[in-house]
Design a protein around this ligand. Structure first.
Ligand SMILES: O=C(O)CCC(=O)C(=O)O
Length: 283
């Protein structure tokens, strides 16, 4: 695997060309749309995340989005944070739904489960274990695999602030083997990722700086991973969130129907069964 990145290709010009949009997605497994979402709505979501971090005591009340830093992601009560960040208002806003429907070419259903990320700089320390190893969301989420992940920055990202890297066209090989990776842990459990030998030397990782209003959507079998926040001068926060979207007519699995704060509670259901290795009673 290489750690040098090429840029995502900007697919915004294809948004009104159904055939070209689908052709790009089928070939590359992602769509990167610049400035497609309402920046004010994204800003409001960022402010809500800040409000949560202030209310839970992780930063001073006078902090602004420009001055925000926190000591530690793990010290923050992630479940409590979900009460502050009204992401469904962004995901399901009529202007946002229009974008999703253009992308899918049909009515959509946005998953109730959203992951919110507020990562301070880890420059000079070990790579944080809560980041994601190379993986496919289709390994963790089902049972139907016709969903696409939507990943949005709430603050601008840079190569130092980090974000998500996707492996161009990697969805075409279908589901891959995932094995326990001790370096990456969630809720105290080692999570599974794609071993280096399963990832071809010719598979190109893509990463681009993103602005609030941008979104990258990618295939359930797209191989992707976290890029850590190692920002120094200036030090910045990585604030982003991601959900999954599927055709409205498709089956709705456990993660589609269950808010993150509830799905995190039961190790036999949804993504938690994959993280803990517990046999799934419900996917
Ligand atoms: O944002 C990240 O660090 C990783 C995102 C990710 O793995 C996902 O959206 O499935």
């Amino acid at each position: 695997m290489t750690d040098t990145f090429s840029d995502y290709v900007d697919c915004t010009p294809l948004l009104d060309d159904r055939e070209a949009l689908d052709r790009f997605y089928d070939e590359h497994g992602y769509l990167y749309l610049r400035g497609a979402l309402d920046r004010e709505l994204v800003r409001t979501t960022a402010e809500q995340m800040l409000e949560g971090l202030i209310a839970l005591g992780h930063t001073a009340p006078s902090t602004t989005l420009d001055t925000l830093t926190i000591e530690s992601f793990e010290a923050v009560d992630e479940v409590a944070m979900h009460d502050y960040v009204k992401y469904d208002d962004l995901w399901n806003h009529p202007s946002t739904l229009k974008v999703w429907e253009k992308v899918f070419g049909e009515p959509v259903f946005v998953f109730k489960s959203t992951t919110i990320r507020y990562y301070p700089s880890a420059a000079g320390s070990e790579e944080p274990s809560f980041l994601t190893p190379l993986h496919q969301d289709g390994f963790y989420i089902g049972p139907n695999k016709d969903f696409r992940t939507a990943w949005v920055p709430l603050l601008a990202t840079t190569p130092d602030i980090g974000g998500v890297a996707v492996a161009d066209g990697s969805h075409k090989k279908g589901p891959r083997q995932h094995v326990v990776t001790e370096n990456f842990r969630r809720f105290g459990h080692a999570v599974r990722g794609i071993p280096a030998e399963e990832f071809g030397a010719d598979e190109q990782l893509l990463f681009s700086p993103m602005e609030p209003g941008d979104v990258i959507l990618f295939h359930a079998f797209m191989c992707h991973k976290s890029i850590p926040n190692v920002s120094v001068d200036p030090v910045g926060m990585r604030m982003s969130m991601d959900t999954r979207i599927q055709p409205a007519s498709s089956h709705r699995g456990f993660n589609a129907l269950t808010p993150w704060a509830d799905s995190a509670k039961d190790p036999s259901k949804g993504v938690m069964s994959k993280i803990t290795g517990t046999p799934a009673t419900t996917e």
